[in-house]
Design a binder for this molecule. Structure first.
Ligand SMILES: NC(=O)c1ccc[n+]([C@@H]2O[C@H](COP(=O)([O-])OP(=O)(O)OC[C@H]3O[C@@H](n4cnc5c(N)ncnc54)[C@H](OP(=O)(O)O)[C@@H]3O)[C@@H](O)[C@H]2O)c1
Length: 341
């Protein structure tokens, strides 16, 4: 029987891709929190799952004892930067305390524990960032991710801290990811303002999931049948090979969709500090947080070029011929989007 892989946050953008991709080798068990039981039943189908508030230590401990996982990938988090800024205690409870508690429980059993941290632990002034660059967070979300990294390594030195870049993709039904909102706005002919100086090294959620599964399977042999390598531990970056601003990401998306590139409107992260944007961002936004991911590349993580990842996400049926657009007028109300995490 396949070993059990506990995936927290399995209804999220990353967790839902992990859940799908892991089934080839693992027996996945997913957790969720606010998703209703009815939604969960239709989303998980026959896959084992459970509702839990990971901020409650006794619930978490009981779940680990019950599931008895062979490995854990912890993706559950509060990922809305402005929400974390507004409710720092809630961010602390989930983004910091829940993560260190779960790491300690995995440490007691010496099972692989992968924490999904973010490029946003950095301020954007020293890119590209290597694994041993010290975190320099500039908002509550980044601060709690950085403190969680420290707390996890203190609790369990063989834990994995996988820092992820901006993830492109669509979450489970009803959840609107950054890219979903971007593509939907463009397809409605709506202009979108995007940071031209927020540089990222994005990958699709599907590619990131494959990278995480490769690490989770490292050290296992016949059981998981993924890797005969030594178990990967410590900090590791899972960035893509392309460095691109959010504005350029918008332009690239428009080119693939066959839409007018003017629908992407560049603004600066500095404008968000100066209050020049329509939207008020509570949390400071980082400029260039591209990740140096050479450690992961050497271990076999091999993200395809970004354009081909986007092509996979933008089905031919969504692409428009130039003549269809001739009479199209863009929506004068521009949407403002940034990536969240
Ligand atoms: N998305 C990105 O671009 C990005 C970039 C860098 C790093 N990351 C990291 O990747 C991880 C996953 O991000 P994501 O974008 O996939 O997140 P997401 O779509 O916002 O999903 C978050 C998940 O966490 C669950 N959750 C929230 N609060 C919980 C609680 N109190 N107890 C248990 N579960 C709870 C949610 O369950 P319910 O929905 O049922 O409440 C959901 O399944 C995070 O650690 C994030 O820092 C993401």
């Amino acid at each position: 029987m396949a070993p059990k892989l506990l995936i927290t946050g399995a209804t999220g953008l990353l967790g839902s891709h992990l859940l799908r991709a892991s089934q080839e080798w693992w027996h996945p068990v997913g957790t969720y929190h606010r998703t209703t039981r009815r939604q969960a039943l239709s989303f998980f189908g026959k896959i084992d799952h459970g509702r839990i508030d990971l901020g409650d230590y006794s619930e978490t401990k009981a779940m680990v004892a019950d599931v008895q996982p062979a490995a854990v990938i912890h993706t559950a988090a509060i990922t809305d930067l402005d929400y974390c800024e507004r409710y720092p205690d809630e961010s602390l409870r989930i983004n910091l305390n829940a993560a260190t508690d779960l790491a300690a429980l995995c440490g007691d059993k010496d099972i692989p524990f992968l924490f999904t941290s973010a490029d946003l632990v950095f301020d954007g002034a020293g890119a590209p960032y290597a694994e041993d660059d010290p975190p320099t967070p500039i908002n509550v979300f980044g601060e709690h991710r950085a403190l969680a990294e420290e707390g996890i390594i203190a609790a369990y030195e063989d834990a994995v801290i996988a820092r992820l870049p901006l993830l492109i993709g669509y979450g489970s039904p009803g959840r609107e990811s950054f890219y979903y909102k971007l593509v939907s706005s463009f397809r409605r002919g709506q202009e979108v303002t995007l940071f031209g100086d927020a540089i990222r090294s994005p990958v699709s959620a599907a590619v990131a999931a494959q990278g995480l599964l490769k690490i989770a399977g490292s050290g296992f042999e016949d059981d998981v049948n993924i890797a005969e390598t030594e178990r990967v531990v410590g900090r590791i970056h899972l960035g893509g090979r392309d460095q691109i601003s959010l504005f350029e990401l918008g332009q690239l998306t428009l080119r693939i969709l066959g839409l007018q590139e003017q629908l992407a409107v560049p603004v600066s992260v500095l404008d968000s500090y100066a209050g020049l944007l329509q939207t008020t961002f509570l949390a400071a936004r980082s400029a260039n947080v591209t990740l140096d991911s050479s450690r992961a590349y050497e271990l076999g993580y091999d993200p395809p070029p970004l354009p081909s990842q986007l092509e996979e996400l933008l089905p031919p049926a969504w692409r428009v011929q130039a003549d269809v657009l001739e009479d199209d007028e863009s929506d004068p109300e521009a949407a403002e989007l940034d990536e969240g995490t």
